[in-house]
Design a protein around this ligand. Structure first.
Ligand code: UDP
Ligand code: MG
Length: 331
């Protein structure tokens, strides 16, 4: 990603699209009209995520007639997170928007996001306050937002709105893959960026169908484990695995201690007691957890040496250091 702000333009809009051919031209027209009205310089980046419909030709036709539009065509469907990642890598805007390609979000809301960014927020995420999706999506989504808000400490009504605006530097350390796009606010919050939410109007899907079914809830919660591990324990895996391992083998050791005492005082034989097997199992599993934590520490140690896990807001030098004249210690 960009190491410095080498941006030449004000706004980039990244549009991930998977089989959304019927809405692309209308979205392009609406986006362009709003962006021209803002008076800012802009670019549109369509990321065609391996669509099997006519998206490729439609997007290429738009690129041919409009110099402010670029396109990335994936060879196959790699998922929304990968599509966003690819768009972010070539975006040159000081502010980078993402918007879904299915016309469910309204480009007219762009100025609202810009005002929130101007208020000093690093990232602004949409909140589909009156969501126009079936109950089978809205109810699981409420549960998901509640749990993720609790786990991340960042209370948002809508984590997974496709409509978002980022200051360019927030994207520097955002590596999206799999289905991590649902956790972007949590990932950025954990890196210390300020995040705000704006309520946006939401439209019903006009063409095609949603790409995410009911299985997204289960996948979402599994991904939450990954994200928690990545944000909380990446630099100290032994605290997590060692903690769990210590508790489990502690319980096993207590059981074995109890059985040993019984055996020593000769109350009853213990060789055929299920409790003995439970005690042994708990100790072995606990040790496995601790070993996993130790391996994690080794991997984390290597990783930290390559790229440290902190993010610097700014650096200021005292006048002396600026001139490379560090105070010398006299012998
Ligand atoms: N999308 C994508 N790749 C995928 C799935 C979805 O680029 O593998 C795009 C899709 O074309 C749309 C956006 O991500 O522009 C949101 O998808 P969808 O509308 O299906 O999600 P929903 O609104 O139902 O949550
Ligand atoms: Mg949609």
């Amino acid at each position: 990603m960009r190491l410095m702000n080498t941006n030449m333009i004000d706004i980039s809009v990244v549009i991930p699209a998977y089989n959304e051919a019927p809405s692309l031209e209308e979205l392009y027209r609406k986006l362009t009209a709003v962006l021209v009205r803002t008076g800012k310089s802009y670019e549109l980046i369509f990321v065609n995520d391996g669509s099997s419909d006519d998206s490729l030709h439609i997007i290429d036709k738009i690129v041919d007639i409009d110099p402010y539009v670029s396109a990335i065509h994936f060879r196959r469907n790699f998922g929304k997170a990968a599509a966003l990642n690819a768009g972010f890598r070539i975006a040159k805007g000081n502010i980078v928007f993402t918007i879904d390609a299915d016309l469910q979000d309204n480009p007219q809301e762009i100025p609202k996001f810009l005002r929130k960014i101007d208020d000093g927020n690093d990232m602004v995420t949409g909140w589909k306050e009156k969501r126009k999706d079936p109950l089978s999506k809205t109810i699981p989504s409420r549960l998901f937002n509640y749990v993720v808000s609790k786990c991340s400490g960042l209370k948002l009504n809508d984590y997974n709105c496709g409509f978002k605006a980022y200051r360019w530097f927030t994207l520097e350390n955002l590596n999206l893959y799999g289905e991590l796009h649902r956790f972007i606010p949590m990932l950025l919050h954990c890196q210390g960026y300020s995040i705000a939410e704006v309520s946006v109007r939401h439209n019903e899907r006009q063409y095609g169908h949603s790409k995410y079914g009911a299985s997204r809830l289960l996948k979402g919660f599994l991904d939450l484990l990954t994200v928690l591990l990545m944000t909380r324990y990446i630099a100290r895996p032994l605290h997590l695995f060692g903690g769990i391992g210590a508790v489990i083998s502690g319980m096993g050791s207590l059981i074995l201690f109890y059985l040993t005492t019984i055996w020593l005082v000769g109350i009853r034989p213990i060789g055929n007691r299920p409790l003995l097997f439970l005690g042994i199992l708990l100790v072995v599993v606990g040790i496995q957890f601790v070993s996993t934590g130790l391996l994690g520490e080794l991997i984390s140690h290597e990783q930290q040496a390559k790229s440290p896990n902190y993010i610097i807001r700014s650096v200021r030098h005292g006048r002396k250091q600026q001139n490379d004249q560090l105070p010398k210690i006299s012998k």
